[in-house]
Design a protein around this ligand. Structure first.
Ligand code: TYD
Ligand code: MG
Length: 456
């Protein structure tokens, strides 16, 4: 006997319930439970009912996953995916409008088509002429990609059955027209995704769903989608700047720590294989600038952190963080005041990671602190025309704490001619080039001071 069908579903998180309640038991949102008219949502076409009473199978007898992957010809994208697209998988590519999602997906399809793979580009977002104009910028291969414009879910499913592409891009999942639902609504996006999922798995089609990100930074209809798909990729950067980063927020077939770096140019996205060189080359040895030895996934990355401190009458003064976490900035400012006597209560503070890169790790604390204090004092920290390099987490008592991969961070800095790096005491490791500082105070005095012992 099949399980009892749920008759209410939360439009926010997709939680299924047998009875109506004012608050969704799944996500706690109010008034989001809606009656489900037909319990077979997402089982379009029917027919494929599970056999009753399935027989459990020992794991060693389970068919191993197919290992060959589809290379997209874009090394940074393949790396973030964990080695290319897994056939039959569902990838959600999210990002703000204008960031380059269609460009990235279009380039991947063009490369696959050039390698002889059947592909399909479904555009609900833009007219055929607009897509053509983009393809013209991307080159000859992009123009040979077959495309379907102004699609409905039904027509896309039919096209997948008829064409059986190896890879198909849906641009975007929010624009698929579904009878009886408002396009872009959470329910519609969910229904479209489950229907696509069923067809893609059955036909072994790799699907790349493009999704818009709302102002709050989540994909529209997001929580409902993220568990349906195999990979969630997020494309970000500032629209006005040229650098873009691609990360995996979820990956069933690889790590989520990898980050790809791209630059938007005239002829499409160009991979930046060695971003450190770019950022160090552009770094200033002026007051308020330091180089942070960051880790992006498994890869060290040198970025320039800049700060500006300006007197203000505004209360409370402004705190603007671009590329680093606002809360980390607040913490660093509090520690600077409490443990280094640098009070910025009458100053606006702006911190920016140059190039439009985002650094999300506590290892950025020391760079923020040094950039701010240097901006405050007006004294440049670098020597011989070279900027100061550093990394390390700052604790609430003003100590500099160990962060992972100290050796690789220092090695990366030295590779680009920054011979001396301020960082936390490395424990029993020996790291040539590392000037260890135990406290923020020691770091501010240039790392010459004897490292403080951390209190037990
Ligand atoms: P697009 O891929 O359309 O963004 P999304 O699908 O995420 O909304 O690209 C948006 C921007 O990229 C657009 O402003 C134009 C620019 N662009 C280039 O600079 N060079 C190019 O070769 C292409 C195709 C686009
Ligand atoms: Mg687009």
């Amino acid at each position: 006997m099949a399980g009892k069908a749920a008759s209410y579903r939360c439009t926010d998180c997709g939680h299924a319930a047998l009875t109506w309640t004012g608050q969704c038991p799944g996500c706690g949102t109010w008034n989001t439970l809606e009656q489900v008219s037909s319990p077979s949502v997402g089982r379009r076409g029917g027919g494929a009912r599970r056999a009753t009473g399935p027989k459990p199978v020992a794991l060693r007898d389970v068919k191993a996953e197919r290992s060959e992957r589809l290379g997209t010809g874009i090394a940074e994208l393949d790396r973030v995916l964990g080695g290319g697209l897994v056939p039959g998988s569902l990838v959600l590519l999210g990002g703000a409008p204008g960031i380059g999602k269609s460009t990235l997906a279009g380039m991947a399809l063009a490369n696959l088509a050039a390698a002889g793979q059947p592909v399909l580009y479904v555009s609900g977002e833009e007219s055929a002429a607009q897509v053509r104009r983009r393809a013209e910028r991307l080159g000859e291969a992009a123009l040979s990609v077959p495309m379907l414009a102004e699609p409905s879910l039904e027509s896309v499913l039919a096209a997948l059955e008829a064409e059986r592409p190896a890879a198909c891009v849906i641009d975007s999942v929010q624009t698929l027209a579904i009878p009886d639902s408002a396009p872009g609504s959470v329910g519609a996006v969910r229904e479209a995704t489950s229907a696509l999922l069923e067809t893609a798995k059955r036909l072994d089609v790799t699907l790349i769903l493009i999704g818009h990100v709302t102002k709050e930074g989540s994909l529209a209809g997001p929580r409902a989608l993220e568990h349906l798909v195999d990979c969630v990729l997020h494309f970000e950067g500032e629209r006005e700047r040229t650098f873009r980063t691609l990360r995996a927020l979820k990956n069933r077939f690889g790590a989520t720590s990898e980050v790809g770096v791209f630059e938007m140019r005239q002829g499409g996205l160009v991979e930046v294989a060695d971003p450190s060189a770019r950022f160090v080359g552009e770094a200033q040895s002026a007051a308020g600038s330091v180089v942070l030895c960051a880790m992006e996934g498994t890869r060290p990355l040198l970025v320039e952190v800049q700060a500006l401190v300006a007197p203000t009458e505004i209360v409370p003064p402004r705190r603007t963080a671009t590329g680093v976490d606002r809360n980390r900035l607040a913490l660093v400012l509090a520690v600077l005041m409490r443990h280094a006597g640098i009070s910025l209560s009458a100053a606006d503070v702006f911190v920016n990671v140059a190039g439009g890169i985002r650094v999300d790790e506590p290892g950025a604390d020391l760079a923020i602190a040094l950039a701010v204090s240097s901006a405050h004092s007006g004294r440049a920290l670098g020597t011989d025309g070279k900027p100061l390099a550093c990394f390390g987490e700052i604790g609430l008592t003003g100590e500099i704490r160990y962060v992972a991969h100290a050796d690789r961070r220092v090695a990366e800095a030295r590779k680009f001619g920054l011979e001396r790096v301020l960082g936390p005491p490395p424990g029993d490791e020996k790291i040539p080039g590392l000037a260890s500082v135990g406290s923020l105070k020691a770091a501010l005095s240039g790392g010459g001071a004897r490292p403080l012992r951390r209190a037990a």
